[in-house]
Design a protein around this ligand. Structure first.
Ligand SMILES: [Zn+2]
Length: 189
């Protein structure tokens, strides 16, 4: 089921539409340091793990640069597609980790082979969900609102289960929910 999703251009277009909205909202807020106007400063990404061919607009991460000389800070809005510096699509980082829980070893192998993720990468993601994600300020505050508490040992499956709807709806809901951890701000150096 998830394999079809990753091969469905509509799914990727939906993620792009959410990212476009998040970028528009970030731009409207202006620079958080000085209030200056934000100029588009997208940067190229080549995310791995897609199951279909997509246009060049899918290979750009929305980002902005403050127009004020002497500030020039960079604002990178939240994204449903790109999870920090990880080279795989955010959806993949969620799905492969989920497949580890409850799925048979052969299913994990199938999906991993389809998107060519090696075992070490999968293991690294599993550790990130357990030890990296759980210590983010976002999660420290978000977890308080989730009752009963989320089982950290089963992340992200235990979080995905809290959202309703079909497979795609739940995945998109999870990506939107954790979106704040993908947001970044940096001073020009
Ligand atoms: Zn500024």
């Amino acid at each position: 089921m998830y394999r079809e999703l990753l091969a469905d251009a509509r799914f990727h277009n939906l993620l792009l539409a959410f990212d476009t909205d998040l970028a528009d909202a970030a731009r409207a807020e202006r620079c958080r340091l000085c209030g200056g106007a934000l100029h588009s400063a997208k940067y190229p990404r080549k995310p791995r793990g897609r199951g279909c061919k997509l246009g060049p607009e899918h290979d750009r991460r929305f980002s902005f640069c403050c127009a004020i000389e002497g500030c020039r800070s960079r604002e990178t809005p939240a994204s449903l597609r790109f999870l920090g510096p990880k080279v795989y699509l955010a959806a993949i980082v969620v799905l492969v980790a989920i497949m580890q829980h409850g799925a048979t070893a052969s299913r994990v192998q199938q999906l991993s082979a389809q998107i060519s993720v090696d075992r070490r990468t999968v293991e690294r993601w599993r550790r990130w969900w357990r030890d990296g994600f759980t210590i983010t300020p976002f999660w420290q505050s978000a977890r308080a609102g989730l009752m009963p508490p989320i089982d950290h040992g089963r992340l992200p499956a235990s979080l995905l289960e809290r959202f309703g709807g079909g497979d795609a709806d739940r995945l998109v809901a999870l990506l939107r929910f954790i979106g704040p951890i993908t947001r970044g701000r940096a001073r020009a150096s």
